[in-house]
Ligand binder design. Structure first.
Ligand SMILES: NC(=O)c1ccc[n+]([C@@H]2O[C@H](COP(=O)([O-])OP(=O)(O)OC[C@H]3O[C@@H](n4cnc5c(N)ncnc54)[C@H](OP(=O)(O)O)[C@@H]3O)[C@@H](O)[C@H]2O)c1
Length: 235
């Protein structure tokens, strides 16, 4: 069983939290992040109840801040060692016609969804190269299907798919795998959504967690580089 070290950006809720639950129950050491200490502490106290031999750590660390990400990696090294698996998951969405979308909303979307993933990869790159590890980015079907009101989100996720595929080609010669997962609708707190009974038709966060676990268990010689996943039944 595992005890490998996994960093999940944005693990305080939603998809990142679901991935953390599944990996902890399979004995990975899991580090989660979020933007504020209270959110991290609350998630850690819930994740701490999961049985398994893995440790759970958490940091308030904004993915838009590369020096903070690097500082966090140093702390992780001291506490549990180098990182084997990086899940670049943190993301947000601003939606609305280009007539209404503000420059601040555009910039925040790019800073978190795109530059945030760049920062995450840069801060952890030496670790995953040394460990012949795994980088998984959480993009979206919005990274291939555009829609009205999606200009900022679509641009960030189209960009993220391109970034992920390019670094997959950069890093495979080191035995480092990069996969981008492109989910459709997942039950989460995305865009201030409050999970409710009407969400039953959607993918659940732990389903993405199971997908991540399956990828990590795949034979080292095989690399699924881009995965689209959607609810089986349409709404
Ligand atoms: N839900 C869907 O249907 C869906 C579909 C396709 C793709 N996705 C993608 O899945 C990813 C996760 O979203 P979700 O649906 O799980 O949404 P969510 O429930 O709102 O969770 C977002 C997570 O990202 C963290 N986060 C946001 N900005 C951050 C920053 N600057 N630095 C560090 N952490 C940050 C949040 O932490 P705090 O709030 O505690 O800071 C939270 O843990 C996103 O990239 C999203 O685009 C979602």
């Amino acid at each position: 069983m595992s005890n490998k070290n996994v960093l999940i950006t944005g693990g305080t809720k939603g998809i990142g939290f679901g991935i953390a639950e599944v990996l902890l129950s399979h004995n990975y050491n899991v580090v989660i992040t979020g933007r504020n200490q209270q959110g991290v502490d609350e998630a850690i106290s819930l994740l701490g109840k999961i049985s398994g031999t893995g440790k759970i750590l958490g940091y308030a660390c904004d993915v838009t801040d590369l020096p903070s990400m690097t500082e966090m990696m140093d702390k992780i090294h001291q506490q549990i060692g180098k990182t084997d698996v990086v899940i670049a998951n943190a993301g947000i969405g601003h939606f609305g016609s280009i007539e209404d979308l503000t420059a601040d909303q555009w910039q925040e979307t790019m800073d978190i969804n795109l530059t945030g993933v760049f920062n995450t990869v840069k801060a952890s790159l030496e670790d995953v190269k040394e460990k012949q590890g795994y980088i998984i980015t959480i993009a979206s079907l919005a990274g291939t299907n555009f829609f009205a009101g999606g200009s900022a989100y679509n641009a960030s996720k189209f960009g993220l798919v391109g970034f992920s595929q390019a670094i997959m080609l950069d890093l495979r010669k080191y035995g480092v795998k990069v996969t981008t997962i492109m989910p459709g609708s997942v039950t989460s707190h995305f865009n201030n959504h409050v999970p409710n009974e009407g969400d039953d038709w959607k993918i659940q966060p732990e389903d993405i967690g199971q997908m991540v676990l399956d990828l990590l268990n795949m034979n080292p010689r095989t690399l699924p580089s881009k995965i689209e996943v959607r609810p089986t039944l349409p709404k």
